[in-house]
Design a protein around this ligand. Structure first.
Ligand SMILES: [Zn+2]
Ligand SMILES: [Zn+2]
Length: 338
């Protein structure tokens, strides 16, 4: 029987182990993907550290998957073997629950998450529901583009649904894995793009990515600096520190929106700021497979790229530690060599 290598988490708080498994057959409604690369996202720590209630081990994480479909299950009519494809966090939808019937596919009550509800992309092959698959343009190099399946779609989709119009002031708070993509998308979408990060040393990169204004939040008051520009119509908050998010809300323009996509445990919001300018604080869920597909197509056309450090699958433990250290510039990607 043909086998494949996968990196599995045998149990909560255990090291990854590389194991051989039979290559699975795609069940009805699913496709099999021969994986080229898979990004390591901070959310994979939910599997590694045992933070997802009810998770079944062993589990293969990974929801920034890029590869080629090599077999399709019964009933799959829109995908064929040989097509390049990606799979993200959203692990498909049922089409029958109340959320799906309202068109809110992202909120499908089956809550399927790639690499959590079923095995993900840290391996040579994976099985994905057809509803979780995005078409992957030929122009995008898979190793570079894998993080677009989570970090990319999250920032792209939050921006395009933020209500900001071309020429308006959009600030991206944080210049890490999410933020370095957010700045590129905001600039390419035609917003007056402001990057906010800690320290002077990130300014050249921020400008290279397309920011026209840089605010060093260690040396300057970011809210006051945003007000000098007339206030931000939208602030995309990618950081994981609640105080940093709270510190920018005073820089929102009238009717401005603070879009939260980073996930600190809590943050403080000033009711006075919300009320006095009809401002809002809003969260955004990354998106479904068609949102990923739009992200990839836009990235190919607008030349948006993720900056990555790559590791072969066998070095998964080092790669994961590198991601967790917060020192990677900017995303970490596993490669299978196929
Ligand atoms: Zn992710
Ligand atoms: Zn559903």
């Amino acid at each position: 029987m043909a086998t494949m290598r996968v990196a599995q988490v045998p149990g909560a708080k255990r090291e990854f182990e590389i194991v051989e498994r039979p290559i699975p057959q795609p069940a009805p409604g699913t496709v099999r993907i021969k994986v080229a690369a898979c990004g390591i996202c901070h959310s994979d720590s939910l599997v590694k550290e045992g933070l997802w209630p009810g998770l079944q081990y062993p589990r293969v994480p990974g929801h920034e998957v890029v590869g080629v479909i090599d077999a399709v299950g019964a009933g799959v009519t829109r995908w064929t073997a040989g097509q390049r494809a990606g799979v993200g966090w959203h692990g498909g939808y049922c089409g029958q629950c109340d959320s799906c019937r309202r068109g809110d596919l992202f909120a499908c009550e089956t809550h399927q998450v790639t690499g959590i509800s079923f095995d993900g992309g840290y391996g040579e092959y994976m099985i994905a529901p057809a509803s979780a698959v995005a078409r992957f343009p030929d122009e995008l190099p898979p190793l570079e583009a894998a993080p677009l399946m989570c970090a990319g779609v999250t920032t792209f989709n939050a921006l395009r649904n933020s209500g900001a119009r071309p020429g308006e002031v959009v600030a991206v708070l944080g210049l890490g894995g999410l933020g370095h993509l957010g700045v590129q998308y905001a600039a390419k979408m035609g917003f007056r793009t402001v990057a906010i990060a800690r320290g002077k040393d990130k300014e050249p990169l921020a400008r290279q990515l397309g920011a026209t204004t840089y605010i060093d939040s260690q040396a300057q008051d970011p809210a006051a600096e945003l007000l000098k520009l007339g206030g931000a119509n939208v602030i995309i908050a990618t950081v994981t520190a609640g105080e940093a998010m709270s510190a920018v809300q005073g820089g929102l323009a009238v009717k401005g929106t603070l879009m939260v996509i980073g996930a600190p445990e809590s943050m403080q919001v000033s009711p006075f700021i919300l009320i006095s300018g009809q401002r809002s604080v809003k969260g955004w869920y990354s998106g479904t497979s068609i949102d990923s597909q739009d992200t990839l197509a836009f990235s190919a056309r607008a030349n948006v790229r993720s900056m990555n450090e790559t590791f072969p699958l066998e070095r998964v433990n080092q790669a994961y530690d590198r991601m967790m250290s917060g020192k990677a510039r900017f995303r970490v990607v596993l490669t299978t060599g196929q």
